[in-house]
Design a protein around this ligand. Sequence first.
Ligand code: 5GP
Ligand code: ZN
Length: 112
Amino acid sequence: MSECIFCKILAGDIPSTKVFEDDQLYVFKDIYPKADVHLLVIPKQHIARLDEVRAEHADLLSHMMLSLPQLAKSQGLDTGFRTIINTGPGGGQEVDHLHIHILGGSNLPGFK
Ligand code: 5GP
Ligand code: ZN
């Protein structure tokens, strides 16, 4: 079995609070939210990091990006939202399964 935490979430071996899913994506609430709304958007395909994506992932990446505004709206983020992709240890990435953070609402931390 995969040791990847997010693959375990996808397999249902670790519980998560699902917000949305389709054939390519799974979206769930971050377990340690950094703002009132904090979602994680992950591909069902295991890709470790943004610097490992290749041209064959273009459609998937496009689909992920195009899904973000509607996901934010579904959480009531009508005035806007923040997206973050941490990449590698130098970027503060803790889970090696590509993910896009969506943050918004009250208590949005400063971005320095
Ligand atoms: P990273 O630092 O890799 O960009 O972000 C990983 C995120 O995954 C963190 O915000 C962390 O709170 C979240 N996270 C880690 N383990 C779990 C988990 O088991 N369940 C959920 N829902 N989120 C997790
Ligand atoms: Zn994975």
